[in-house]
Ligand binder design. Structure first.
Ligand SMILES: [Zn+2]
Length: 478
C-alpha cells in the first residue's frame, strides 16, 4: 500500500538541508521516494528515539519521590503496586508515541511479577505492537547489591526492627541464578521478536551484577549477536564503588569481558573519564544521555560535548523522567541541546549533532538499524508537526525550520507519528490504543492497590536516612 506524506518543510536528517514543499512516498514500511511538490502545512522529520527508558508506570510526583537522589529514590519504586503489565506498558508506550518517539528502549527493571516472566514479556510486546512503535525489551538481569553497592548488614542495623523486617522481606529476596536469568533472555526473544519488537540483554549495571552474570552476558551477546543495554556510571557513588572494585578501570573490565562494542549501549555515563570515552568511541558502543533524569534525581551533568569531541556515538534518553513529567521528547531535545551546546562562541554540540543523537543514533541503539534520515530505501519512521502553529509568530520568513523546532517545538505541535509506514499518532491522537481510558484505568488501579505497599511507605523515611548516611559515610568520602 502506498502512502504519501506531504511536507511544507522536510528535514531529512543530520547534515542535510531542509527542503520546501516535498512529498515523501511510502511503500511497504519504507520510503519509496521523495518528490517535489506537495506541502500541506506540515514540518516532516525523522521520528525521535528514546534510547533509555523503563516502561515506567507512574511519574515521580505521584508518589512524592520527586527530588530524591538516585540511590535513595530507587527504593521508592517499590511503593508502586504491581499492575497488569499490558496496562502499564501500553500507557508508557502510548505516552512515548504521543511525545514524538518512534523507537523506545524498555529497560525492564521493574517486573510486575503477577505472572511468570515470559507471560509478562508477551504482554509488554503486545502493548508495543498495539501502540505501533519499535520497542527493544532489554530484559533486566540483576544478582548483586540489592540495597546498596556494598554489603548491607551495617545499614540494616541502623533500622528499627519493623523497618528492618520490611526491607529484608521486600528488597533482599534471593535472586534467580545468573545462568537462569541469562538463559531466559533467549527464550523470551524466541517468543516475542518480530514486527518492530526486539530483545536485548539488560544487565542493570556493573554494581548490580556479579562477574559471573556479566561474563555470561558478554558471551551470550556475542554468540547470538544480540544487543545489550545497561546503566553505567550514573552517580558519583557508582564511580567511587567502581574505582574500589576495578583497579584496571570499570570500562577496561567491561571491554575484557566483551561488553564494549557496537552492540552495546550505556545509559548515563556521567562520571566517565577521558580515556574511557576514547575506548568506548574506538569500540563503537553508544552512550545514551538522559539530561532531565540526571537533573531530577540529582545525578549530575553528563559531559555530552566531550563524548562527541572524543568520537563517541551519543543518543538521547528520557529514562521515564521527562523534565515536565510529560514524556515530551521534543522538549527533552531542546533541554539537552541548550544545556550542552557550549558557552559563548565555543559551540560544542551543533544542531546537526542534536538531530543525529535524537533520531538516528537512538534508533540504532534500540534496533541496530543503521540507516539515517529520510531518504529512499530508509525505514518510514516520520514525525509530522503543525508548521502554521510553529511558525505563527515569525517575522523573518527564512528562519531555518529545525532552529524553530529547537526553539519552541513541543508535543502539542505533533500531528502524526508514522513508524514503519504505519500511522501511530494521527492528528495528535494515539490510534492503536485508547490512551486516556488506559491512563484513567491505570490511575484507578494504582490508587486502589496503594495500601498493599503501606509497609514500604512506613519504612521509607528510615531507609532514606540510612541510605543517606551510607553514601555520605567513610566508604564514599573522597
Ligand atoms: Zn534508567
Amino acid at each position: 500500500m502506498t502512502k504519501t506524506v506531504a511536507a511544507t518543510w522536510l528535514l531529512p536528517g543530520a547534515g542535510k538541508a531542509a527542503t520546501a514543499n516535498q512529498s515523501v512516498v511510502i511503500e511497504s514500511g519504507r520510503i519509496a521516494g521523495i518528490t517535489a511538490g506537495g506541502g500541506d502545512g506540515s514540518l516532516v522529520m525523522p521520528a525521535l528515539a528514546n534510547a533509555h527508558d523503563h516502561a515506567r508506570i507512574a511519574r515521580l510526583s505521584q508518589t512524592g519521590s520527586y527530588d530524591v537522589p538516585l540511590e535513595a529514590w530507587l527504593p521508592y519504586l517499590t511503593l508502586l503496586p504491581a499492575v497488569d503489565p499490558y496496562l502499564s506498558s501500553a500507557v508508557s508506550f502510548a505516552r512515548s508515541a504521543r511525545g514524538g518517539v518512534g523507537a523506545v528502549m524498555a529497560h525492564y527493571t521493574r517486573v510486575q511479577g503477577l505472572t511468570d516472566f515470559q507471560t509478562e514479556a508477551r504482554a509488554v510486546a503486545k502493548a508495543a505492537r498495539d501502540v505501533g512503535i519499535r520497542m527493544a525489551l532489554a530484559v533486566h538481569c540483576r544478582d548483586l547489591n540489592p540495597l546498596v553497592y556494598d554489603p548491607h548488614e551495617k545499614l540494616l542495623a541502623e533500622l528499627s526492627p519493623e523497618a528492618c523486617e520490611c526491607v529484608t522481606r521486600r528488597f533482599l529476596r534471593k535472586p534467580v541464578s545468573a545462568k537462569d536469568q541469562v538463559a531466559t533472555v533467549e527464550t523470551v526473544a524466541r517468543e516475542i521478536e518480530g514486527d518492530g519488537i526486539t530483545v536485548q540483554y539488560g544487565p542493570a549495571g556493573v554494581q548490580w551484577c556479579t562477574d559471573e552474570m556479566l561474563r555470561l552476558i558478554g558471551e551470550a551477546s556475542a554468540a547470538a549477536s544480540r544487543r545489550v543495554h545497561m546503566h553505567l556510571l550514573e552517580t558519583k557513588y557508582q564511580r567511587a564503588w567502581a574505582d574500589r572494585q576495578f583497579p584496571q578501570g570499570i570500562v577496561r573490565y567491561l571491554d575484557e569481558i566483551g561488553l564494549v562494542n557496537e552492540r552495546v549501549s550505556f545509559a548515563h555515563c556521567i562520571y566517565l573519564r577521558p580515556d574511557e570515552m576514547e575506548l568506548i568511541a574506538e569500540r563503537g558502543a553508544t552512550i545514551v544521555v538522559n539530561t532531565s533524569s540526571n537533573f531530577i534525581v540529582s545525578s549530575g551533568l553528563a559531559p555530552l560535548a566531550e563524548f562527541i569531541r572524543r568520537g563517541c556515538r551519543v543518543a538521547m534518553g528520557l529514562d521515564g523522567l521527562a523534565f515536565d513529567e510529560d514524556e515530551d521528547a521534543l522538549r527533552e531535545m531542546r533541554l539537552a541541546y541548550n544545556v550542552h551546546k557550549g558557552s559563548g562562541f565555543d559551540v560544542r554540540v551543533s544542531q546537526d549533532d542534536m538531530m543525529r543523537l535524537a533520531t538516528a543514533n537512538g534508533r540504532f541503539a534500540v534496533t541496530g538499524m543503521t540507516e539515517e534520515g529520510v531518504k529512499p530505501g530508509a525505514p518510514a519512521d516520520l514525525l509530522t508537526l503543525d508548521w502554521p502553529a510553529l511558525s505563527a509568530e515569525l517575522i523573518e520568513p527564512d528562519v531555518p525550520p529545525f532552529e524553530l523546532l529547537l526553539a519552541k517545538g513541543v508535543k502539542h505541535h505533533i500531528r502524526d507519528l508514522i513508524v514503519a509506514g504505519r500511522t501511530v499518532v494521527d492528528s495528535g491522537k494515539v490510534i492503536g490504543v485508547d490512551l486516556p481510558a488506559l491512563e484513567a484505568e491505570l490511575l484507578r488501579t494504582l490508587r486502589a492497590k496503594y495500601p498493599t505497599t503501606a509497609d514500604v511507605r512506613a519504612a521509607m523515611p528510615e531507609l532514606k536516612s540510612a541510605l543517606r548516611k551510607h553514601y555520605t559515610g567513610p566508604l564514599y568520602c573522597a
